[in-house]
Structure formats: structure tokens, C-alpha cells
Design a protein around this ligand. Structure first.
Ligand code: 6R9
Length: 649
């Protein structure tokens, strides 16, 4: 972004009060903000008591060597004990921890007692395979209960896991194994995706062949497809884990014991290994999961549709929900297999009460049509969550109306791999929500928006999102690269964490996220957010999804180019419609935001976590060779887009 602060174009006046019944019994009330503000560290020390510690911490934050934080450093705990054993000891062993729904329709439920046995067996197996505290284990699995068991087994013995999205290439796996120096890989023969078995082990075989140091590969049998087998290296999970004792004594580790490394791609250079540790991370994932979803573990059925390979799966499938003793659904497959109502069928089947999904999924459901969710009983739902990208106001309204019976509060949760847990979000029993805004920092969190000179912008202004105080689940460093940690996050504005997102404050001081700073467009000297133009396009009845980029332009510096997916009956060849869309953006946001070109496409390039990869669209719009496509869900999408394009003027 240049010196001009981000223009504030979108006006959104719709407001939704929390349902009275929910507000009356909410886990967290409005006072929490004031209490946490009055004594921030005291607030987090109190939240740490949600956990069971082998040695209670007396210290809260050690910030003597910023930006390297230590939280609860003299405390000791076992993360897996907190997620499993203590619920069994409290008499809740019969409560279902995981309702697993496989894509082909197979299902099984694991109680907390079952999970304790499984995690203990897996922990014993890891020990037998020579893994000990401080080692790293790579995990490359489909969305099956063993993914959660593997993560918890690592945590239980003090080893750090590094989960790699199932479906990432051998290159990506090899780079991650190498960077973290993993000694063991846990994978599966395959998983089910889009109605058929999809192999996982070949990519691991290729990756392990290329790097040093991986002694064993532990293989879960999921699809029973044929696999190549390296004797002496490959072991079946059911053989090795199956024969172990279900007894395992959890050892207490320091609060700062590494828990996991998770790689984020970033825009350039090699992926960053984001390091999270134990006590602070679990405190904040547990607190936010309880507060933001108003979780009632005795009665709620929670479902987060994320993949375990994304931070959302780590914090809001494994650690947050299980530390809170929640009952949750895990679904293996895609939302359109075997039919486009699969998600709603699952909500109906298990009586899901809390649903946490991504804007990309919501926009897809909008495109498929209102009639699909209408066929199912969704009346169990009471709180809806969104994560991963800014949610366009129209998608927010659709989610509330067609999924949430026009009454469920929506919590739009802003956070990152680096933050470890939610940072900015409404509270369902407190906040009067605004479609498209994540609104305000959670209790105990300090976030604001600053301009180029690090000055806080006034209400109504736009700029960069920063976090101004350390928080318990913050990344501790980039694995093996402290300098890159400092340079990337702590050097842009002195003493503040730079999130890399553009944001604005509205007249009430509420925060609206406007997309990655790298994506902000500079048109005739005005900084314009991709998010606002996309939201304006999505608010037109003919548009289901939109991705907007700035392409080099001789006259205006950059020109706005929009790629749109049209809804059901709209015709992509209709030149008049394209004119209408341009005018619609003009009247919604102002003439400066009118796209120069609008290109109807069938699909948009997305990462495995559902984020639109605007970088690739910019390459297309500027007639350049495509950059790195390895994190795309489906790389054929780009061929499709390029083949449909008229030659650039
Ligand atoms: C949890 C996660 C982080 C980036 C983040 C921002 C975008 C996530 C958002 C959101 C607006 C939200 N993002 N949630 N933008 N509103 N509610 O997504 O982590 O994969 O590391 O991505 O995602 O741009 O900086 P991660």
C-alpha cells in the first residue's frame, strides 16, 4: 500500500441483535471486555485455570526478550491429558468425542473413553518406534479420527507434529519433512474424495525417498487400495498401534514445550514453519472455543468443516473442542458427494448445533441454490461461524437466512496460523452483529488499525491491522529462523505485530477486514480493497463469487479486473450483464471502484483452505507466466480460466 490510507467505500447498515434466550445463558457476557482490559494478564492467568496443570503456573507472561514470548513458563502440563483423560476422570467417558462420517457413508462414534484408549495406544506405539519428547513427526492423513489421534499421541509424549494437507505434492511433503527434520511420517493408503479413493501413500514414498532421516512410515488403512511397501520402513497402524496397551501415563511438560509446526505458504520464498507451544496455545484455543461458540459441552454438537491440515483444524477440531470436552462431527469428504445437500444431511443426522465453516463454502452453497438446504431439518443449529477470508455481506445474509433460520448469530472470526487462535470476533450472546465485519478484538486481545506511520487511524479510517500486545497462543518463532520471524511480523511497525491484512474501522470503531495487503489495488492514487469490490459484485443477484485483482495499467497505475462466477441462470456471454455489473459496482461503491474488465469464469483458483489465490489471477490479467501453483486444490482450474480468456486489450 502507498501513503494513501485504504479507501472506505462499502456502507453496510444492517444490524442483528443476539437472540434473547442465548444472551441470557451465554458463557461470556459483556463485562468480560472491561474485566480483561482492567487486568489483561490477570484475565489470561484466570483462563489458564480452565486447564489442568501438573504444576500450576505462577508466572503469566515473560516479555523480557520481545518478540520472543513465554507464557505460563513455570507451569507444567500434558496437552493430551487435558484433551482426553481429564474428561474421563470427571465421569464423562461415555460422552461422544467424535462422530465420524466417512465420505462413502460409513460412520463410527468414539467416546472420550475410546479416545483415551486410542491415544494411549498410539503414544505407546510412537515410543516403541523410537520417538521421544522434542522429536518431530510429520502427519499426512485424510480427515479420519486417526488424524486427531496421531496429533494427540505426539502431544502426549512431547513430540511436535507437523501436519501436511492430504493432497499436497511430494515436493511439499519433502520440503516440510526436511525443514523440521521429522523422524517419522504417519500417513494412510488413501482417503475418499469426490466419490472415489484418492491415494496418499505414493506422495509420501516419493518424498521420503528424497530426504534423509525418516526411519519409519506408519500407514493407516482407510481405503484398502493397493500400496507399494518398503519392508523394514513401512508399518501398518493397525499392527503397531493395535497391539499396544491402552494404558499410558502422561508425562507433564513445560508450558513452552513445542506442540506443533504448521507451514504457511506466504507469497514468496519457502514456506514458514510456524511454531506453537503448549500452555498458552491450549489456554487460548480452549477459551475462545468456549466463548465464541458459547459451547455447552453437555448438549451441543459442534461441527467444524475444516481440514486437519489447516490451522483451523488444529485449533478448532483437535485442541479447542477436545480440551472443552465437546462432542463433534468430523466429515471426511467434499460437500457435493454424493449430492449437494451432504452438509445439511449431516447437520440433520447428528443434530449439529454449532457449525463453523468458510466463506468459500457458503458462496458455493449460494450458487447451488436455496432449495438444497431447504430440504433438510436444520432447526438444531444455534450458532454459525465463519473463518478464512472476509465474508461478503451478501454471503453472510444468505448464511443467516438459509442455514440459520434467520435467527442464529454469526461469528465472523478473524485469526491466522500465526495467531494460533481467534483474535477478532463477535460474541454470540453479546454483540449486535454487522454482516461482513469481524467487529472487535476478543477479551484479553489488543488489535487496532494503523496508517503507514504506525499512527492509529480514527474511526472511519483504513490502513493496516496490527496486534499491540502479546497473546497466549501467539507463534513463538518461525522454526529455525528467528530473524525471519522478526523481519516478517515485528519490523514493519515497532513493537507491534504486523498481520499483513488491510482493515478499516467504522464509525463505531468496529473492525472490517479488507484482504491481504499484497492484494490491495492502487487505482489513480486510491488504495482500494479487493474485498470491497468483490462484496459489491456478490451483492448483485447474478453473481455467486467474485475475485478481483489490480492489473498494471498505463493510465491509472492499476486497473480493476474482476473474475466472476455467475449464479444458476445468468448467461456468461451476455454483454449487457457485464455492463450492468460494472454499473452496479459504480453505484454501490463509487465510480473509482468500477472494474475495467469483468470476466465470467466457471471456477476460481483456491487453496486447500478455500482462499482465493489472487496472485495467479493477477498473472493471468497481466499475461504473465503463472507463478507457483502447488498449493492449489485443483491446478486444472487455471487452464480453464486461461482458455476462456479473450486476448487482453
Ligand atoms: C484461520 C486462518 C490467515 C489469513 C488472515 C486473513 C484471512 C482469516 C478471516 C480472514 C477476514 C476473517 N482471514 N479469517 N479475513 N475475516 N474472519 O484462516 O489462518 O490460513 O493462516 O490465514 O486469512 O487474510 O491473515 P490462515
Amino acid at each position: 500500500m502507498s501513503n494513501e490510507s485504504l479507501a472506505n467505500l462499502l456502507k453496510e447498515d444492517r444490524r442483528f441483535a443476539p437472540p434473547a434466550e442465548l444472551a441470557a445463558h451465554a458463557n461470556v457476557k459483556a463485562e468480560a471486555y472491561e474485566q480483561a482490559k482492567a487486568d489483561r494478564l490477570g484475565f489470561w492467568a484466570e483462563q489458564a485455570r480452565r486447564l489442568t496443570w501438573a504444576t500450576e503456573p505462577t508466572e503469566t507472561l515473560d516479555w523480557s526478550n520481545p518478540p520472543f514470548a513465554k507464557w505460563f513458563a513455570d507451569g507444567k502440563l500434558n496437552v493430551a491429558y487435558n484433551c482426553v483423560d481429564r474428561h474421563v476422570e470427571a465421569g464423562n467417558g461415555d460422552r461422544v468425542a467424535i462422530h465420524f462420517e466417512g465420505e462413502p457413508g460409513d460412520s463410527r462414534s468414539l467416546t472420550y473413553a475410546d479416545l483415551k484408549d486410542e491415544v494411549s495406544r498410539a503414544a505407546n506405539a510412537l515410543t516403541e518406534l523410537g520417538i521421544s519428547a522434542g522429536d518431530r513427526v510429520a502427519v499426512y492423513l485424510p480427515m479420519i479420527p486417526e488424524a486427531v489421534v496421531a496429533m494427540l499421541a505426539c502431544a502426549r509424549i512431547g513430540a511436535a507434529h507437523s501436519v501436511v494437507f492430504g493432497g499436497f505434492s511430494a515436493d511439499a511433503i519433502a520440503a516440510r519433512i526436511k525443514d523440521a527434520d521429522a523422524k517419522l511420517v504417519i500417513t494412510a493408503d488413501g482417503g475418499y474424495r469426490r466419490g472415489k479413493p484418492s491415494a496418499l501413500k505414493p506422495a509420501v514414498d516419493e518424498a521420503v525417498g528424497r530426504v534423509q532421516g525418516v526411519g519409519k512410515v506408519l500407514v493407516v488403512q482407510r481405503t484398502k487400495q493397493d500400496v507399494a511397501w518398503t519392508e523394514g520402513r513401512d508399518l501398518w497402524w493397525h499392527d503397531v498401534v493395535g497391539k499396544q496397551s491402552p494404558e499410558h501415563t502422561p508425562e507433564a511438560f513445560d508450558a513452552e514445550q513445542p506442540l506443533f509446526i504448521l507451514y504457511t505458504s506466504g507469497t514468496t520464498g519457502k514456506p514458514k514453519g510456524i511454531l506453537h507451544t503448549s500452555g498458552g496455545y491450549l489456554t487460548q484455543t480452549s477459551y475462545t472455543h468456549n466463548a465464541v461458540f458459547d459451547l455447552k459441552p453437555e448438549t451441543d454438537v459442534y461441527w467444524c468443516t475444516a481440514d486437519i491440515g489447516w490451522v483451523t483444524g488444529h485449533s478448532y477440531i483437535t485442541y479447542g473442542p477436545l480440551s472443552n470436552g465437546a462432542t463433534q462431527v468430523i466429515y471426511e469428504g467434499t460437500p457435493d458427494t454424493p449430492h449437494q445437500g451432504r452438509f445439511w444431511e449431516i447437520v440433520q443426522k447428528y443434530g449439529v448445533t454449532i457449525l463453523y465453516t468458510a466463506p468459500t463454502a457458503i458462496r458455493t452453497f449460494m450458487k447451488w441454490g436455496d432449495d438444497i438446504p431447504a430440504k433438510f431439518d436444520l432447526s438444531s443449529l444455534r450458532v454459525l461461524g465463519s473463518v478464512g477470508e472476509p465474508i461478503n455481506p451478501e454471503a453472510w445474509i444468505w448464511y443467516r437466512k438459509h442455514i440459520g433460520a434467520d435467527s442464529c448469530p454469526i461469528v465472523d472470526t478473524w485469526w491466522q496460523t500465526e495467531t494460533g487462535a481467534m483474535m477478532i470476533s463477535p460474541l454470540p450472546g453479546v454483540t449486535e452483529t454487522k454482516p461482513g465485519s469481524a467487529q472487535r478484538a476478543l477479551p484479553g486481545i489488543a488489535a487496532t488499525v494503523v496508517d503507514d506511520e504506525a499512527n492509529e487511524v480514527p474511526d472511519g479510517g483504513g490502513g493496516y491491522l496490527v496486534l499491540t500486545e502479546p497473546w497466549p497462543s501467539m507463534l513463538r518463532t518461525i522454526w529455525g529462523d528467528d530473524q525471519r520471524f522478526i523481519d516478517t511480523y515485528w519490523s514493519r511497525f515497532e513493537g507491534k505485530y504486523f498481520a499483513g491484512d488491510g482493515a478499516k474501522k467504522d464509525d463505531d470503531g468496529d473492525i472490517w477486514l479488507l484482504g491481504r495487503v499484497d492484494d490491495v489495488m492502487l487505482v489513480s492514487g486510491h488504495n482500494i480493497s479487493t474485498t470491497e469490490v468483490e462484496s459489491a459484485l456478490v451483492s448483485h443477484p447474478s453473481v455467486a463469487e467474485a475475485a478481483v485483482v489490480g492489473a498494471a495499467d498505463e493510465t491509472t497505475g492499476q486497473a480493476i479486473v474482476a473474475f466472476v462466477i455467475l449464479r444458476g441462470t445468468a448467461n456468461a456471454e451476455d454483454a449487457e450483464l457485464v455492463g450492468q455489473l460494472r454499473n452496479h459496482v459504480g453505484t454501490t461503491l463509487g465510480p473509482i471502484a468500477k472494474p475495467k474488465r469483468i470476466l465470467p469464469v466457471a471456477e476460481l483458483p483456491k487453496t486447500r483452505s478455500g482462499k482465493i489465490m489472487r496472485r495467479l489471477l493477477r498473472d493471468v490479467a497481466e499475461n504473465r507466466q503463472l507463478g507457483d501453483v502447488t498449493t492449489l486444490t485443483d491446478s486444472s482450474v487455471m487452464d480453464l480460466i486461461q482458455s476462456k480468456l479473450p486476448a487482453a486489450p
